[in-house]
Design a protein around this ligand. Structure first.
Ligand SMILES: Cc1ncc(COP(=O)(O)O)c(C=O)c1O
Length: 364
């Protein structure tokens, strides 16, 4: 990060976001010439040997990190996580069919809107009542008793809330893990579909990781257009058309980096330590306030406020002058947000806290 030899600054953006430096450096070489092939990674045919090796290693490393059994397909799809909001109900709802939604913020609102185009939506949890400051305990969820599947978002990027449990249900569980995928262990085996847009913890935008249980694929609507058909995508190894080769390549490098870091247990420890540094400052300096309730605080997206909106604005501007970028809260909620995904360094968290102390002393 900011060193005598680097012009890079601390990037707290919610996504696209900070990637591991080692990955970027390796990519710089591979863009020019990958695996001594004399051709850069972006210029290789997706049907050729070099890219095939990238694809197979990426899938194998993904399986290894997530402890993903052969009961699941690992797919790399396009259209972002947003397309999954539509693709899931398109495949599994229909007239008279219901999804049970755990509504915890902007990203479940979008999923609800798309699901309503294809079937009935039952609000099993309605977070608007609490202004999305916490995710529901199992006791707060009321299932319809007739749903085809349950949808939830395990880390709410905008509200800054995160589940520390998997909702208890026997129904097929669909989860949007976009903003904390592989930041800590996740029990894939409790889910029918796990999906994540890549551009936070996994790589650049343009690719969505979709992990889907094979027996759930069999239950999908077979009359889907090709690109929206999970079975066809699985059959063709996510290559019904030209896949986003560069995004998949970077994901593969990020997976190798996660494995080198010690896997998901190590990732979780590293992320807990980073988040604690910032939450301790928010709680300890009588000037800042956390947005999310204590039991639902996200390790990835830390939402907080100064005493008023004018000071929030000043904070954001002065932080940028101090090489701390991307601290503005989402436009729908305002305030401040520090996104500290896997690749974000601990030094950046400490630099933010120093800045927070000085800012509070000057403006408090
Ligand atoms: C939790 C969550 N779900 C879905 C999305 C939408 O992702 P995409 O832009 O890949 O469609 C985002 C984007 O920020 C997100 O944070």
């Amino acid at each position: 990060m900011t060193t005598a030899t680097s012009t890079r600054i601390y990037n707290f953006s919610a996504g696209p976001a900070t990637l591991p430096e080692d990955v970027i450096k390796q990519a710089q070489q591979d863009i020019w010439d990958i695996a001594d092939s004399g051709i850069g990674v972006m210029e290789h045919s997706h049907r050729g040997k070099v890219f095939d090796a990238v694809m197979q290693e990426t899938i194998a490393d993904c399986r290894s990190i997530g402890n993903i059994s052969d009961d699941y397909e690992v797919l790399f799809l396009q259209g972002g996580a947003t397309l999954q909001f539509a693709m899931v109900p398109m495949n599994y709802l229909g007239q008279g069919k219901t999804v049970d939604m755990l509504h915890t913020g902007v990203w479940t609102k979008k999923a609800i809107g798309e699901a309503k185009l294809f079937g009935d939506v039952h609000m099993a949890f309605h977070g608007t009542d609490c202004k999305f400051v916490h995710v529901p305990a199992d006791s707060e969820v009321s299932y319809s008793g007739k749903a085809t599947y349950v949808h939830y978002c395990s880390n709410n990027t905008i509200a800054g809330t995160e589940y520390s449990h998997v909702p208890a249900t026997d129904l097929p569980l669909v989860v949007d893990t976009s903003s904390h995928m592989f930041s800590k262990p996740l029990d894939i085996s409790k889910h029918a579909i796990v999906f994540a847009g890549a551009q936070k913890n996994l790589g650049p935008s343009g690719c969505t990781l979709v992990i889907i249980r094979k027996d759930f694929i069999e239950r999908a609507n077979p009359n889907m257009p090709l690109m929206l058909n999970y079975a066809k995508q699985a059959e063709k190894g996510s290559m019904l058309n030209t896949p986003p080769t560069f995004a998949i390549y970077i994901m593969g490098r990020v997976f190798k980096w996660i494995l080198e870091m010690g896997g998901l247990e190590a990732m979780a420890k590293h992320n807990q330590a980073k988040a604690k540094i910032i939450y301790d400052a928010i709680d300890g300096i009588d000037f800042y306030g956390a947005v999310a309730k204590l039991d639902s605080r996200s390790m990835m997206n830390i939402t907080f406020r100064t005493p008023n909106a004018d000071l929030d604005k000043k904070f954001i501007a002065e932080a940028l002058d101090a090489d701390l970028s991307g601290l503005k809260g989402h436009r729908s909620v305002g305030g401040l947000r520090a996104s500290v995904y896997n690749a974000f360094p601990v030094e950046g968290c400490k630099a933010l806290v120093e800045f927070m102390k000085n800012f509070a002393a000057k403006n408090g």
